[in-house]
Design a protein around this ligand. Structure first.
Ligand SMILES: CC(=O)SCCNC(=O)CCNC(=O)[C@H](O)C(C)(C)COP(=O)(O)OP(=O)(O)OC[C@H]1O[C@@H](n2cnc3c(N)ncnc32)[C@H](O)[C@@H]1OP(=O)(O)O
Ligand SMILES: O=C([O-])CC(=O)C(=O)O
Length: 370
């Protein structure tokens, strides 16, 4: 038995939700480029859950259900208020989502219908939790969600307490579309492994949030912004990146386990970054990003992934850096829940083997003789 490090290239599930074939990403067979240009995030949520686009009335119903379920219990707000200062919002989100399970009277109902209702509640509430925490740590009261707003609009509204501008809503909506699902990425795999024991959907999502948090996965978008802020000025890019490459330090937002010829989502975020940084009068974030891109691709052949240009996009939307990965979680909630539903439909315990490389035939030595 020999191990494939990081399970590279191992096919571990069949799925009809999203595909990466020859570098092309689709959700249920629809090219991500078409979805990024045309679809709303709510349409994508429906597409991932049902593997087809919604009809007008189905979309209206979903939007209504999401809006009606967006409020979070007072007990969750109390948990957010009780979080000791300095905790990362992803750690707080992981705790709050786990706590939400305790308020869901259907938490243990394993029927598809009940799990779909729970998926709606999770998708509806995740943005509310993040926005509420963001306000609480600034000493402000959370803003209740509006029933007449879509997910992107409501999130920005709850975050800032004022009606967001249409350009910001549109940009966030497109970013949510682009991050919604990605085949068997680490967090989705974590969710599927958890629910394949026939554990509940909240356990699967809690596992997924934990996996997304790391800087080799969703946490990279925050790390990209930290790098841009450290570089400060396009004139400093060359020396900064040269030093990192010489020290063999990974440049965040570059490289990908599956895409070797570039991530198809990055070009959309690159365009959005150019537009938004200009609009906000801070083109240096885009200019720095382009310089880093040229240098890392030129020298290492590594292309930017979804996390690279999303950093300057979110920064332009005036979103605090440590909320970048939680925003990824708002979007990926749709993919995680879709994969959990699919896992339950045709379940088998996920249990690979390990290649044992430790000592053999070792005798037990009593503690007094060690
Ligand atoms: C939403 C997402 O999760 S997208 C990914 C977000 N993560 C990041 O942006 C973090 C930076 N990137 C990385 O760490 C990696 O490219 C990953 C984790 C995304 C993919 O990793 P893997 O497929 O396991 O590649 P691995 O880490 O083994 O790298 C292979 C080689 O490329 C190098 N490499 C890979 N990514 C980078 C990078 N970003 N900067 C510099 N070198 C890199 C590695 O050092 C390694 O070089 P070596 O063979 O000389 O040791
Ligand atoms: O697929 C992966 O390994 C990581 C990724 O790009 C994503 O989750 O969007």
């Amino acid at each position: 038995m020999s191990a494939t490090k990081g399970l590279e290239g191992i096919v571990a599930a069949q799925s009809s939700i999203s595909s990466i074939i020859d570098g092309v990403l689709t959700y249920a067979g629809i090219n991500i480029d078409e979805l990024a240009e045309n679809a709303s995030f709510e349409e994508v949520v429906y597409l991932l859950w049902h593997t087809r686009l919604p009809k007008a009335d189905e979309l209206d119903n979903l939007k209504k259900e999401l809006a009606e379920n967006a409020e979070i219990p007072q007990n969750i707000i109390d948990i957010l208020k009780a979080a000791p200062e300095g905790n990362h919002p992803m750690a707080v989100l992981r705790t709050a989502i786990s706590a939400l399970a305790l308020h869901d009277t259907e938490a243990q109902d394993m029927s598809r219908e009940a799990n779909l209702r729970k998926a709606i509640r999770l998708q509806a509430k995740v943005g509310t939790v993040i926005a509420a925490f963001s306000r609480i740590r600034q000493g402000k009261e959370p803003v209740a969600p509006r029933k007449d707003f879509g997910l992107a609009q409501n999130f920005l509204y709850m975050l800032n307490g004022e009606e967001p501008d249409p350009i910001a809503i549109d940009a966030l909506d497109t970013a949510l579309v682009l991050h919604a699902d990605h085949e068997l990425n680490a967090s989705t795999f974590a969710a599927r492994v958890t629910v394949a024991t026939l554990s509940d959907i909240y356990s699967g999502i809690t596992s997924a949030i934990g996996a997304l948090k790391g800087p080799l996965h969703g946490g990279a978008n925050e790390a990209v912004m930290a790098m841009l802020e450290e570089i400060k000025d396009p004139a400093n890019v060359e020396s900064y990146i040269r030093e990192k490459l010489d020290q063999k330090v990974k440049i965040m937002g570059f490289g990908h386990r599956v895409y070797k010829d570039g991530d198809p989502r990055a070009k959309h975020l690159c365009k959005m970054s150019e537009k938004l940084t200009k609009l906000t009068g801070q083109p240096q974030w885009y200019e720095m990003s382009v310089k880093i891109h040229e240098m890392v691709t030129g020298e290492k052949g590594l292309k930017p992934n979804v996390d690279f240009y999303s950093a300057s996009v979110y920064h332009s939307l005036n979103i605090p850096r440590d909320l970048f990965t939680p925003i990824f979680a708002i979007s990926r909630m749709s993919g995680w829940t879709a994969h959990i539903l699919e896992q339950y439909e045709n379940n088998r315990l996920i249990r690979p083997r390990a290649d044992y490389v430790g000592p053999v035939n070792v005798k037990y030595v009593p503690v007094s003789e060690r």
